[in-house]
Ligand binder design. Structure first.
Ligand code: TXA
Ligand code: MG
Length: 329
């Protein structure tokens, strides 16, 4: 059984991290909260430790991991030829939900962290538990989201326990995460730099700091060529369909599904009386909502999309993945 250590409001107290740091230093795995989602951490310089992450998650080993650092200085020790624009991003957005893909310094990271790539994704999380753990462990921590591969990312310790109990050594419980969606991934080895995964740090915010970003063929400022993009993600057990929330479209869809004997869960910013199960829809509660759908007997999940949602690239990206791009019709 995985041990759970509850971290109180005095997150600066080093006692909370003694056991966790020891586990990490001898090659074990510890889940910890960040401002985005819970990560599953291991020493990024120890290949056997990193292997335990892939094993626990059931993650394909050609999908590289994000490495967490406690400062800009630590990042600069582990990256090579860091472009000036990357430094400006660190100064503007760290600590925070922005992962920078940089040239990896040779010979420091275990090969399985970068999945054999010459680059590494580095981020300094904006969470006292993550930062205190990094300081006390005194090494870079590889940490993907602490979910079973393909399931929604965990936004509280209970989600981690549900997915990984018995498969990892320890969970630091710091309550629910604030943002609920993974960091923006920005490739600084491209010129102009490219957003590989949208997150809370938006394209506009980044362009204000470093100028124009790469635009995809379809005119979008997300250029999804992260190695992990080809895998399905964030999917609950029942199929998810996106549906335009306009007039009575959602209610009519539910009526139609009921006539076929189907139970329907609805994720929407507006309460749905007609649905069998209702969960609110916004970025911070998306993953917990999808997980709650798994605990219902719903045959199908409708995610009701409003015009406001379409302006949120990160939220739409996760919803489209959860739905495998299916729209209800
Ligand atoms: O918010 C987050 O970023 C969370 C918390 C725990 O920090 N972490 C997270 O890690 O989401 P993970 O491993 O689930 O997602 C890593 C993403 C994947 O899309 C991966 O393909 C991409 O970053 N990535 C990592 N290293 C890369 C590299 N060298 N080149 C391109 N993409 C990379
Ligand atoms: Mg993940």
């Amino acid at each position: 059984k995985t041990r759970i250590v509850e971290v109180g409001n005095d997150a600066g107290n080093p006692e909370y991290y003694e056991e966790a740091a020891e586990i990490l230093q001898r090659g074990g795995t510890v889940s910890f909260p960040t401002e985005t989602v819970y990560g599953l951490g291991a020493d990024a310089t120890n290949a056997e430790a990193v292997e335990r992450i892939y094993l626990a998650k059931g993650r394909p080993s050609d999908n590289p991991l994000i490495v967490h650092v406690d400062s800009k200085e630590m990042a600069l020790r582990y990256a090579a030829n860091v472009p000036e624009k990357a430094i400006r991003c660190m100064d503007a957005f760290w600590p925070g939900p922005l992962t920078l893909i940089l040239e990896a310094k040779e010979g420091v990271f275990a090969d399985n962290v970068t999945a054999g790539l010459p680059t590494v994704g580095l981020r300094m999380p904006d969470h006292p538990i993550a930062l205190n753990l990094l300081k006390q462990t005194d090494r870079p921590l590889a940490a993907p989201s602490a979910n079973v591969s393909g399931k929604p990312s965990p936004t509280c310790a209970g989600h981690v326990e549900h997915d990984l109990n018995g498969k990892i050594d320890l969970i630091l419980d710091g309550g629910a995460t604030a943002l609920g969606i993974e960091s923006t991934v920005l490739d600084m080895t491209a010129e102009p730099p490219a957003i590989l995964r949208p997150g809370s740090i938006t394209a506009d915010m980044i362009e204000d700091v470093i100028g124009q970003l790469r635009v995809s063929c379809e005119g979008k400022r997300t250029v999804p060529r992260s190695p992990g993009v080809k895998y399905t993600h964030y999917a609950p057990d029942a199929p998810v369909y996106l549906i335009e929330q306009k007039g009575d479209i959602v209610d009519r869809a539910i009526e139609h599904l009921h006539s076929k004997g189907k139970k329907v869960a609805v994720l929407s910013a507006d309460f749905s009386k007609a649905a069998d199960y209702y969960f609110p829809l916004s970025a911070d509660v998306l993953y917990s909502g999808l997980r709650k759908c798994d605990e219902t007997s719903a045959d199908l999940i409708l995610a009701a999309i409003q015009p406001e949602h379409k302006k949120d690239a990160a939220l739409m990206n996760r919803l489209e993945k959860a739905a495998d791009h299916k729209w209800f019709s």
